[in-house]
Design a binder for this molecule. Structure first.
Ligand SMILES: NC(=O)C1=CN([C@@H]2O[C@H](COP(=O)(O)OP(=O)(O)OC[C@H]3O[C@@H](n4cnc5c(N)ncnc54)[C@H](OP(=O)(O)O)[C@@H]3O)[C@@H](O)[C@H]2O)C=CC1
Ligand SMILES: O=C(O)CCC(=O)C(=O)O
Ligand SMILES: [Mg+2]
Length: 415
Protein backbone atom coordinates (compact mmCIF):
# COMPACT_ATOMS: atom_id res chain seq x y z
CA UNK A 1 0.00 0.00 0.00
CA UNK A 2 1.31 3.41 -0.95
CA UNK A 3 0.54 6.71 0.73
CA UNK A 4 0.13 8.94 -2.33
CA UNK A 5 0.88 6.73 -5.32
CA UNK A 6 -2.29 5.48 -7.00
CA UNK A 7 -1.78 2.07 -8.57
CA UNK A 8 -3.85 1.79 -11.81
CA UNK A 9 -6.63 -0.78 -11.33
CA UNK A 10 -6.30 -2.20 -14.84
CA UNK A 11 -2.55 -2.80 -15.17
CA UNK A 12 -0.14 -5.60 -14.24
CA UNK A 13 3.49 -5.66 -13.13
CA UNK A 14 6.38 -6.31 -15.48
CA UNK A 15 8.34 -9.24 -14.01
CA UNK A 16 12.02 -10.10 -14.30
CA UNK A 17 12.93 -13.70 -15.17
CA UNK A 18 15.92 -15.45 -13.60
CA UNK A 19 18.03 -14.70 -16.70
CA UNK A 20 17.10 -10.99 -16.35
CA UNK A 21 14.82 -11.07 -19.39
CA UNK A 22 11.43 -9.40 -18.91
CA UNK A 23 7.94 -10.78 -18.76
CA UNK A 24 5.84 -7.90 -20.07
CA UNK A 25 2.04 -8.12 -19.83
CA UNK A 26 -0.17 -6.41 -22.43
CA UNK A 27 -1.11 -3.71 -19.94
CA UNK A 28 2.08 -3.08 -17.93
CA UNK A 29 2.11 -0.55 -15.10
CA UNK A 30 4.90 1.94 -15.80
CA UNK A 31 5.82 4.48 -13.10
CA UNK A 32 6.76 7.96 -14.28
CA UNK A 33 8.21 11.02 -12.56
CA UNK A 34 6.98 14.19 -14.22
CA UNK A 35 10.16 16.13 -13.38
CA UNK A 36 10.92 19.71 -12.39
CA UNK A 37 11.16 22.73 -14.68
CA UNK A 38 10.30 21.72 -18.24
CA UNK A 39 9.20 18.31 -16.94
CA UNK A 40 5.63 19.70 -16.90
CA UNK A 41 5.95 20.40 -20.63
CA UNK A 42 7.77 17.36 -21.99
CA UNK A 43 6.43 14.48 -19.85
CA UNK A 44 2.74 14.76 -20.87
CA UNK A 45 3.81 15.05 -24.52
CA UNK A 46 5.93 11.90 -24.15
CA UNK A 47 2.97 10.01 -22.69
CA UNK A 48 0.69 11.14 -25.52
CA UNK A 49 3.21 10.14 -28.20
CA UNK A 50 3.91 6.74 -26.60
CA UNK A 51 0.19 5.99 -26.19
CA UNK A 52 -0.39 6.87 -29.85
CA UNK A 53 2.51 4.68 -31.02
CA UNK A 54 1.40 1.72 -28.89
CA UNK A 55 -2.21 2.09 -30.03
CA UNK A 56 -1.22 2.27 -33.69
CA UNK A 57 1.22 -0.65 -33.40
CA UNK A 58 -1.07 -3.03 -31.52
CA UNK A 59 -4.60 -1.78 -32.31
CA UNK A 60 -5.68 -1.58 -28.66
CA UNK A 61 -4.32 -5.03 -27.69
CA UNK A 62 -1.54 -3.43 -25.68
CA UNK A 63 -1.59 -0.29 -23.54
CA UNK A 64 0.65 1.19 -20.88
CA UNK A 65 -1.01 1.84 -17.49
CA UNK A 66 0.90 4.95 -16.42
CA UNK A 67 1.43 5.40 -12.67
CA UNK A 68 2.67 8.76 -11.42
CA UNK A 69 5.31 8.61 -8.70
CA UNK A 70 6.80 11.71 -7.17
CA UNK A 71 10.26 13.26 -6.78
CA UNK A 72 11.70 16.76 -6.67
CA UNK A 73 9.57 19.85 -6.25
CA UNK A 74 6.30 18.02 -6.89
CA UNK A 75 7.09 15.58 -4.06
CA UNK A 76 7.50 18.50 -1.66
CA UNK A 77 3.97 19.56 -2.55
CA UNK A 78 2.36 16.11 -2.48
CA UNK A 79 4.16 14.90 0.70
CA UNK A 80 5.73 17.69 2.76
CA UNK A 81 8.23 20.47 2.29
CA UNK A 82 11.24 18.34 3.25
CA UNK A 83 10.40 15.25 1.20
CA UNK A 84 12.21 15.45 -2.12
CA UNK A 85 12.54 11.74 -2.79
CA UNK A 86 9.83 9.73 -1.00
CA UNK A 87 10.75 6.20 0.00
CA UNK A 88 7.66 4.90 -1.80
CA UNK A 89 8.91 6.39 -5.08
CA UNK A 90 12.12 4.40 -4.82
CA UNK A 91 10.13 1.32 -3.77
CA UNK A 92 7.73 1.66 -6.74
CA UNK A 93 10.53 2.10 -9.27
CA UNK A 94 12.16 -1.03 -7.86
CA UNK A 95 8.94 -3.04 -7.75
CA UNK A 96 7.64 -2.13 -11.22
CA UNK A 97 11.08 -2.66 -12.85
CA UNK A 98 10.68 -0.30 -15.85
CA UNK A 99 10.08 3.43 -15.37
CA UNK A 100 10.71 6.81 -16.96
CA UNK A 101 11.51 10.17 -15.44
CA UNK A 102 11.65 13.84 -16.31
CA UNK A 103 14.62 15.97 -15.20
CA UNK A 104 15.10 16.95 -11.56
CA UNK A 105 16.72 20.16 -10.31
CA UNK A 106 19.97 20.11 -8.37
CA UNK A 107 20.99 23.46 -6.89
CA UNK A 108 24.62 24.56 -7.41
CA UNK A 109 26.92 24.94 -4.35
CA UNK A 110 24.51 24.45 -1.42
CA UNK A 111 21.10 22.83 -1.03
CA UNK A 112 20.03 19.25 -1.63
CA UNK A 113 22.32 16.79 -3.34
CA UNK A 114 21.27 15.46 -6.73
CA UNK A 115 18.09 13.39 -6.62
CA UNK A 116 19.11 11.94 -9.98
CA UNK A 117 22.37 10.68 -8.53
CA UNK A 118 20.53 9.48 -5.41
CA UNK A 119 18.09 7.42 -7.50
CA UNK A 120 20.95 5.88 -9.48
CA UNK A 121 22.83 4.98 -6.32
CA UNK A 122 19.85 3.74 -4.28
CA UNK A 123 18.67 1.48 -7.11
CA UNK A 124 22.24 0.58 -8.14
CA UNK A 125 21.53 1.71 -11.71
CA UNK A 126 25.18 1.36 -12.59
CA UNK A 127 24.94 1.84 -16.35
CA UNK A 128 24.00 5.18 -17.84
CA UNK A 129 23.37 4.22 -21.45
CA UNK A 130 23.20 7.12 -23.89
CA UNK A 131 23.06 6.31 -27.59
CA UNK A 132 24.04 9.14 -29.92
CA UNK A 133 22.71 9.01 -33.48
CA UNK A 134 22.00 11.46 -36.22
CA UNK A 135 18.53 12.10 -37.64
CA UNK A 136 18.75 13.20 -41.27
CA UNK A 137 18.00 16.92 -41.61
CA UNK A 138 18.79 17.94 -38.04
CA UNK A 139 20.93 21.11 -37.93
CA UNK A 140 24.42 20.42 -36.60
CA UNK A 141 27.57 22.47 -35.99
CA UNK A 142 29.81 19.78 -37.55
CA UNK A 143 30.34 19.02 -41.24
CA UNK A 144 29.49 15.33 -41.08
CA UNK A 145 27.08 14.69 -38.20
CA UNK A 146 26.06 11.43 -39.90
CA UNK A 147 29.49 10.06 -38.92
CA UNK A 148 28.63 10.44 -35.23
CA UNK A 149 27.17 7.07 -34.24
CA UNK A 150 28.22 6.20 -30.71
CA UNK A 151 26.76 4.51 -27.68
CA UNK A 152 27.98 5.83 -24.35
CA UNK A 153 28.24 3.50 -21.36
CA UNK A 154 28.81 5.84 -18.44
CA UNK A 155 29.51 4.42 -14.99
CA UNK A 156 26.65 5.78 -12.93
CA UNK A 157 27.28 5.15 -9.23
CA UNK A 158 30.80 6.18 -8.23
CA UNK A 159 33.66 8.56 -9.15
CA UNK A 160 33.98 12.19 -7.97
CA UNK A 161 30.31 12.46 -9.02
CA UNK A 162 29.19 10.35 -6.06
CA UNK A 163 29.11 13.36 -3.74
CA UNK A 164 31.77 12.44 -1.17
CA UNK A 165 33.02 15.95 -0.38
CA UNK A 166 33.47 18.45 2.44
CA UNK A 167 33.12 22.20 2.36
CA UNK A 168 36.08 24.57 2.84
CA UNK A 169 36.31 25.79 6.43
CA UNK A 170 34.08 23.05 7.89
CA UNK A 171 35.16 20.99 10.88
CA UNK A 172 34.90 17.89 8.65
CA UNK A 173 37.27 19.18 5.98
CA UNK A 174 39.80 20.17 8.63
CA UNK A 175 39.69 16.62 9.93
CA UNK A 176 40.16 15.15 6.44
CA UNK A 177 43.04 17.49 5.62
CA UNK A 178 44.71 16.80 8.97
CA UNK A 179 44.40 13.07 8.30
CA UNK A 180 45.85 13.42 4.80
CA UNK A 181 48.77 15.52 6.00
CA UNK A 182 49.57 13.75 9.25
CA UNK A 183 48.65 10.12 8.58
CA UNK A 184 49.19 9.87 4.83
CA UNK A 185 52.13 12.24 4.39
CA UNK A 186 50.32 14.35 1.79
CA UNK A 187 52.22 17.56 1.08
CA UNK A 188 50.55 18.63 -2.14
CA UNK A 189 47.42 20.41 -0.97
CA UNK A 190 48.22 23.90 -2.21
CA UNK A 191 45.94 25.91 0.13
CA UNK A 192 45.07 23.60 3.03
CA UNK A 193 43.38 26.32 5.09
CA UNK A 194 40.83 27.17 2.42
CA UNK A 195 40.37 23.93 0.45
CA UNK A 196 37.20 21.99 -0.03
CA UNK A 197 37.94 18.29 -0.50
CA UNK A 198 36.21 15.80 -2.82
CA UNK A 199 36.94 12.09 -2.90
CA UNK A 200 36.89 10.05 -6.07
CA UNK A 201 36.12 6.38 -5.39
CA UNK A 202 36.61 4.15 -8.45
CA UNK A 203 36.46 0.42 -7.80
CA UNK A 204 37.40 -2.76 -9.64
CA UNK A 205 33.82 -4.07 -9.28
CA UNK A 206 32.19 -0.83 -10.43
CA UNK A 207 34.48 -0.49 -13.43
CA UNK A 208 34.31 -4.14 -14.45
CA UNK A 209 30.54 -4.44 -14.38
CA UNK A 210 30.18 -1.31 -16.52
CA UNK A 211 32.85 -2.35 -19.03
CA UNK A 212 31.44 -5.88 -19.18
CA UNK A 213 28.02 -4.46 -20.17
CA UNK A 214 29.64 -2.24 -22.82
CA UNK A 215 31.56 -5.14 -24.37
CA UNK A 216 28.51 -7.40 -24.27
CA UNK A 217 26.47 -4.66 -25.94
CA UNK A 218 29.11 -4.35 -28.67
CA UNK A 219 28.99 -8.12 -29.24
CA UNK A 220 25.18 -8.30 -29.26
CA UNK A 221 24.88 -5.37 -31.66
CA UNK A 222 27.78 -6.24 -34.01
CA UNK A 223 29.66 -3.04 -33.20
CA UNK A 224 33.27 -2.48 -34.28
CA UNK A 225 35.02 -1.25 -31.13
CA UNK A 226 34.77 -0.40 -27.46
CA UNK A 227 36.86 2.60 -26.34
CA UNK A 228 37.76 3.10 -22.69
CA UNK A 229 37.84 6.88 -22.15
CA UNK A 230 39.84 7.95 -19.10
CA UNK A 231 42.27 10.48 -17.67
CA UNK A 232 44.62 7.81 -16.36
CA UNK A 233 47.79 9.75 -17.08
CA UNK A 234 46.90 12.12 -14.24
CA UNK A 235 44.60 10.07 -11.97
CA UNK A 236 46.61 6.89 -12.12
CA UNK A 237 44.78 4.61 -9.73
CA UNK A 238 41.20 5.75 -10.40
CA UNK A 239 40.95 6.61 -14.10
CA UNK A 240 44.13 4.62 -14.85
CA UNK A 241 42.66 1.72 -12.90
CA UNK A 242 39.50 1.88 -15.02
CA UNK A 243 41.59 1.48 -18.17
CA UNK A 244 43.79 -1.30 -16.77
CA UNK A 245 40.86 -3.28 -15.34
CA UNK A 246 39.01 -2.86 -18.63
CA UNK A 247 41.78 -4.43 -20.71
CA UNK A 248 42.28 -7.19 -18.11
CA UNK A 249 38.56 -7.98 -18.16
CA UNK A 250 38.51 -8.08 -21.96
CA UNK A 251 41.36 -10.63 -21.90
CA UNK A 252 39.99 -12.72 -19.06
CA UNK A 253 36.29 -12.86 -19.94
CA UNK A 254 36.24 -12.29 -23.71
CA UNK A 255 39.54 -13.85 -24.81
CA UNK A 256 40.93 -10.54 -26.08
CA UNK A 257 44.50 -10.55 -27.37
CA UNK A 258 46.98 -7.72 -27.84
CA UNK A 259 47.15 -6.05 -31.25
CA UNK A 260 50.79 -5.43 -32.35
CA UNK A 261 52.08 -5.76 -28.79
CA UNK A 262 49.29 -3.65 -27.24
CA UNK A 263 47.83 -1.86 -25.49
CA UNK A 264 44.88 -2.16 -27.90
CA UNK A 265 43.25 -5.57 -27.99
CA UNK A 266 40.97 -7.60 -30.18
CA UNK A 267 38.26 -10.01 -29.12
CA UNK A 268 38.37 -13.48 -30.58
CA UNK A 269 36.49 -14.30 -33.82
CA UNK A 270 33.60 -15.86 -31.91
CA UNK A 271 33.00 -12.39 -30.42
CA UNK A 272 33.16 -10.67 -33.80
CA UNK A 273 36.76 -9.47 -33.58
CA UNK A 274 35.74 -6.30 -31.77
CA UNK A 275 38.64 -3.94 -30.98
CA UNK A 276 39.11 -2.81 -27.38
CA UNK A 277 41.05 0.45 -27.22
CA UNK A 278 41.53 3.43 -24.95
CA UNK A 279 41.99 7.15 -25.26
CA UNK A 280 42.72 9.94 -22.82
CA UNK A 281 39.61 12.06 -22.27
CA UNK A 282 40.90 15.43 -23.50
CA UNK A 283 42.22 13.92 -26.73
CA UNK A 284 38.90 12.10 -27.12
CA UNK A 285 36.95 15.35 -26.89
CA UNK A 286 38.86 16.83 -29.83
CA UNK A 287 38.84 13.63 -31.86
CA UNK A 288 35.06 13.26 -31.69
CA UNK A 289 34.91 16.58 -33.52
CA UNK A 290 37.60 15.70 -36.07
CA UNK A 291 37.25 11.94 -36.60
CA UNK A 292 34.03 10.73 -34.94
CA UNK A 293 33.85 7.71 -37.26
CA UNK A 294 36.75 6.14 -35.32
CA UNK A 295 34.61 5.75 -32.22
CA UNK A 296 31.73 3.39 -31.64
CA UNK A 297 30.86 2.04 -28.16
CA UNK A 298 32.32 4.19 -25.38
CA UNK A 299 32.90 3.01 -21.80
CA UNK A 300 33.84 5.71 -19.36
CA UNK A 301 33.69 6.95 -15.80
CA UNK A 302 30.87 8.99 -14.33
CA UNK A 303 32.07 12.57 -14.71
CA UNK A 304 33.72 12.04 -18.11
CA UNK A 305 30.47 10.43 -19.24
CA UNK A 306 28.47 13.44 -18.14
CA UNK A 307 30.62 15.83 -20.18
CA UNK A 308 30.85 13.49 -23.17
CA UNK A 309 27.06 12.99 -23.25
CA UNK A 310 26.31 16.68 -23.75
CA UNK A 311 29.26 17.21 -26.13
CA UNK A 312 28.23 14.33 -28.40
CA UNK A 313 24.57 15.36 -28.22
CA UNK A 314 25.56 18.81 -29.52
CA UNK A 315 27.22 17.24 -32.56
CA UNK A 316 23.97 15.62 -33.69
CA UNK A 317 21.64 18.51 -32.97
CA UNK A 318 21.72 19.23 -29.25
CA UNK A 319 20.33 17.88 -26.04
CA UNK A 320 16.78 18.39 -27.26
CA UNK A 321 16.98 14.90 -28.80
CA UNK A 322 19.44 13.09 -26.51
CA UNK A 323 17.90 10.04 -24.82
CA UNK A 324 19.18 7.78 -22.09
CA UNK A 325 18.61 4.91 -19.70
CA UNK A 326 19.84 4.11 -16.20
CA UNK A 327 20.20 0.36 -15.82
CA UNK A 328 20.96 -2.21 -13.15
CA UNK A 329 20.91 -5.91 -13.99
CA UNK A 330 17.12 -5.92 -13.57
CA UNK A 331 15.79 -2.36 -13.18
CA UNK A 332 15.60 0.22 -15.95
CA UNK A 333 14.82 3.90 -15.50
CA UNK A 334 14.75 5.95 -18.68
CA UNK A 335 15.47 9.68 -18.79
CA UNK A 336 16.62 12.47 -21.07
CA UNK A 337 20.24 13.63 -21.05
CA UNK A 338 19.27 17.26 -20.49
CA UNK A 339 18.15 18.97 -17.30
CA UNK A 340 15.19 21.09 -16.23
CA UNK A 341 16.02 24.15 -18.43
CA UNK A 342 14.22 26.35 -15.86
CA UNK A 343 13.97 29.47 -18.03
CA UNK A 344 11.61 27.62 -20.36
CA UNK A 345 9.54 25.85 -17.69
CA UNK A 346 5.79 25.82 -18.26
CA UNK A 347 6.04 27.65 -21.59
CA UNK A 348 5.20 24.71 -23.87
CA UNK A 349 8.38 25.61 -25.74
CA UNK A 350 11.24 23.11 -25.47
CA UNK A 351 11.94 20.03 -27.55
CA UNK A 352 10.27 16.95 -26.03
CA UNK A 353 12.45 14.75 -28.29
CA UNK A 354 14.89 13.58 -25.62
CA UNK A 355 12.31 12.13 -23.29
CA UNK A 356 10.30 10.74 -26.23
CA UNK A 357 13.41 8.99 -27.57
CA UNK A 358 14.11 7.76 -24.02
CA UNK A 359 10.61 6.26 -24.11
CA UNK A 360 11.48 4.74 -27.48
CA UNK A 361 14.43 3.01 -25.77
CA UNK A 362 12.03 1.90 -23.04
CA UNK A 363 9.61 0.34 -25.54
CA UNK A 364 12.50 -1.50 -27.22
CA UNK A 365 13.70 -2.68 -23.79
CA UNK A 366 10.17 -4.03 -23.17
CA UNK A 367 10.24 -5.81 -26.53
CA UNK A 368 7.56 -3.53 -28.01
CA UNK A 369 9.66 -3.04 -31.12
CA UNK A 370 6.83 -2.07 -33.48
CA UNK A 371 5.80 0.84 -31.24
CA UNK A 372 9.43 1.92 -30.85
CA UNK A 373 9.85 1.87 -34.65
CA UNK A 374 6.78 4.10 -35.01
CA UNK A 375 8.31 6.66 -32.68
CA UNK A 376 11.44 6.78 -34.84
CA UNK A 377 9.23 7.10 -37.91
CA UNK A 378 7.34 9.98 -36.26
CA UNK A 379 10.59 11.74 -35.37
CA UNK A 380 12.02 11.25 -38.87
CA UNK A 381 8.81 12.60 -40.41
CA UNK A 382 8.62 15.67 -38.16
CA UNK A 383 12.22 16.60 -38.91
CA UNK A 384 11.89 15.92 -42.65
CA UNK A 385 8.78 18.15 -42.70
CA UNK A 386 10.79 20.85 -40.88
CA UNK A 387 8.11 21.33 -38.23
CA UNK A 388 10.35 21.59 -35.22
CA UNK A 389 10.80 23.27 -31.83
CA UNK A 390 12.86 26.45 -31.30
CA UNK A 391 16.21 24.67 -30.87
CA UNK A 392 16.13 23.21 -34.39
CA UNK A 393 14.14 26.06 -35.96
CA UNK A 394 16.82 28.61 -35.09
CA UNK A 395 19.41 26.63 -37.06
CA UNK A 396 17.31 25.14 -39.86
CA UNK A 397 16.52 27.01 -43.03
CA UNK A 398 12.85 27.14 -44.01
CA UNK A 399 11.64 25.54 -40.77
CA UNK A 400 8.29 26.18 -39.11
CA UNK A 401 8.71 26.60 -35.37
CA UNK A 402 6.15 24.68 -33.34
CA UNK A 403 5.54 24.34 -29.60
CA UNK A 404 6.55 21.39 -27.46
CA UNK A 405 3.06 19.88 -27.53
CA UNK A 406 2.59 20.62 -31.25
CA UNK A 407 5.86 18.80 -32.00
CA UNK A 408 4.40 15.72 -30.28
CA UNK A 409 1.29 16.04 -32.45
CA UNK A 410 3.42 16.35 -35.60
CA UNK A 411 5.27 13.19 -34.58
CA UNK A 412 1.96 11.36 -34.15
CA UNK A 413 0.74 12.52 -37.58
CA UNK A 414 3.94 11.10 -39.09
CA UNK A 415 3.72 7.64 -37.51
N1 LIG B 1 19.01 13.97 -15.29
C1 LIG B 1 18.59 15.12 -14.83
O1 LIG B 1 17.52 15.22 -14.24
C2 LIG B 1 19.43 16.32 -15.06
C3 LIG B 1 19.22 17.42 -14.27
N2 LIG B 1 19.94 18.54 -14.47
C4 LIG B 1 19.61 19.71 -13.62
O2 LIG B 1 18.85 20.63 -14.42
C5 LIG B 1 19.06 21.95 -13.94
C6 LIG B 1 19.38 22.89 -15.07
O3 LIG B 1 20.64 22.54 -15.62
P1 LIG B 1 21.35 23.25 -16.84
O4 LIG B 1 22.80 23.16 -16.60
O5 LIG B 1 20.71 24.55 -17.10
O6 LIG B 1 21.12 22.26 -18.06
P2 LIG B 1 19.83 21.96 -18.93
O7 LIG B 1 20.13 20.73 -19.68
O8 LIG B 1 18.61 21.98 -18.12
O9 LIG B 1 19.74 23.21 -19.92
C7 LIG B 1 20.85 23.75 -20.61
C8 LIG B 1 20.44 24.23 -21.97
O10 LIG B 1 20.19 23.12 -22.81
C9 LIG B 1 19.15 23.38 -23.71
N3 LIG B 1 18.03 22.46 -23.43
C10 LIG B 1 17.75 21.80 -22.29
N4 LIG B 1 16.64 21.08 -22.43
C11 LIG B 1 16.23 21.25 -23.69
C12 LIG B 1 15.13 20.75 -24.44
N5 LIG B 1 14.23 19.90 -23.91
N6 LIG B 1 14.98 21.18 -25.71
C13 LIG B 1 15.88 22.02 -26.27
N7 LIG B 1 16.93 22.53 -25.61
C14 LIG B 1 17.10 22.14 -24.34
C15 LIG B 1 18.76 24.84 -23.49
O11 LIG B 1 19.62 25.58 -24.35
P3 LIG B 1 19.37 27.08 -24.90
O12 LIG B 1 19.59 27.99 -23.74
O13 LIG B 1 20.41 27.20 -25.95
O14 LIG B 1 17.99 27.16 -25.44
C16 LIG B 1 19.13 25.01 -22.02
O15 LIG B 1 19.31 26.36 -21.67
C17 LIG B 1 20.17 21.84 -12.89
O16 LIG B 1 19.56 21.86 -11.63
C18 LIG B 1 20.81 20.51 -13.15
O17 LIG B 1 21.39 19.96 -12.02
C19 LIG B 1 20.89 18.64 -15.46
C20 LIG B 1 21.14 17.56 -16.27
C21 LIG B 1 20.46 16.31 -16.11
O1 LIG C 1 21.82 15.32 -11.26
C1 LIG C 1 21.94 16.37 -11.87
O2 LIG C 1 21.37 17.41 -11.52
C2 LIG C 1 22.77 16.43 -13.12
C3 LIG C 1 22.88 15.11 -13.78
C4 LIG C 1 23.47 15.18 -15.14
O3 LIG C 1 23.93 16.19 -15.61
C5 LIG C 1 23.49 13.95 -15.94
O4 LIG C 1 23.19 12.88 -15.43
O5 LIG C 1 23.83 14.03 -17.12
MG1 LIG D 1 24.67 15.89 -17.62
Amino acid sequence: MYQHIKVPATGEKIRVNSDFSLNVPDCPIVPFIEGDGTGVDITPVMIKVVDAAVDKAYGGKRKIAWMEVYAGEKATKVYDADTWLPEETVAAVREYVVSIKGPLTTPVSGGIRSLNVALRQMLDLYVCLRPVRYFQGVPSPVKHPERVEMVIFRENTEDIYAGVEWEAGSAEVKKVIAFLQQEMGVKKIRFPESSSIGIKPVSVEGSERLIRRAIQYAIDNQRKSVTLVHKGNIMKFTEGGFKKWGYELAAREFGAELIDGGPWMKLGDKFGGIVIKDVIADAFLQQILLRPEEYDVIATLNLNGDYISDALAAEVGGIGIAPGANLSDSIAMFEATHGTAPKYAGKDYVNPGSIILSAEMMLRHMGWIEAADLIIKGMDGAIAGKKVTYDFARLMEGATQVSCSAFGDVMIQNM
